[in-house]
Design a protein around this ligand. Sequence first.
Ligand code: NAP
Length: 321
Amino acid sequence: MINEDIYDVIIVGGGPAGMAAGIYAKRAAVKTLLIESDNIGGQINTSDVIENYIGFDIISGGDLSSKISAHASRYGLEIIKKKVNNIDPGVDFHEIKLDDDLNLKTHSVIVATGGNPRRLNIPGESENFGKGVSYCAVCDGFFFQDRTVTVIGGGDSAVEESLYLSKIAKKVYLVHRRNELRAGRLLQKRAFAENNIEIMWNTVPKKINSDKTGVVSVQLEDTVTSERHDLATDGVFIFIGFKPNNRLLPVDVKMNPDGYVITNEKCETSVPGIYVVGDLREKYAKQIITAASDGCIAALAAAHYTEEKKAEVLAVEEKNF
Ligand code: NAP
């Protein structure tokens, strides 16, 4: 049941960052609502195996989501499944507009809408996701020990992840559509020096082939000659950019040129009372564990902000009495 009064904290997004914020906000005894338009867990629901979340040596994304949901319901976190259309910032409170025209008032907002890796949109990509196709080397690299992997992209992420994979896999092909990398010089130098990284210039992937065991090869096209051939590979790691879901943020919220939100150490944005957590935030490591950490920090900061805001209002009322 939606309470029409002013909330202390409204969290938008039910991935690990948003859910951690919800748990910490409830523990801080502030009036909290979490809004999620899809399934609780967000991106982790698409991970078959998670091996880098502390306390779980191995767990599926679905199971971790269920555990997170159960943990939140233990504290009675109010969750509604609705789409947020707009966040309207205000001085005394902020307004959250839902797509059914309902408006909710809140002292603070924690935005945890994450983002999505860009997709190639080629045949075999979505069909083999989790069966050899991956968008996260830290999550899935381990499964390719002494095997052959192909990385797509030429930016910092593609080169950095190729270097990471080169320590695990026997061979790393780095497939890039141009004849020079976009990545920074230092990363390039390190990649060129690695014996088991082979860069395939002027090359684009056209199709990912698989059998019942998973990915077996990737069909590549030379952009100069248009010739095609199949390259045998056990895995395809795609790093062609990430799209942060920043659509809901008010215009006054400062972002970097890539669309990530700039926050302070409390996860607070340039608009007081609006916090951003998880993959949408400009930060060094985008991991489940850092998303959960952001959620904790933002919830504690938002609870403190809310108490101060209420005290301010009370002081004004007492003065006018
Ligand atoms: P990015 O810099 O946008 O690079 C994307 C790469 O993918 C580019 O090389 C691009 O080719 C290629 N690409 C894009 N669409 C493609 C397609 N459809 N088919 C084939 N290739 C395609 O993305 P990113 O590497 O994820 O980095 C994002 C931002 O985070 C950047 O600002 C980056 O500097 C930063 N970052 C920094 C670090 C670090 O400093 N350690 C690490 C990771 C990311 P073109 O070059 O031809 O456009």
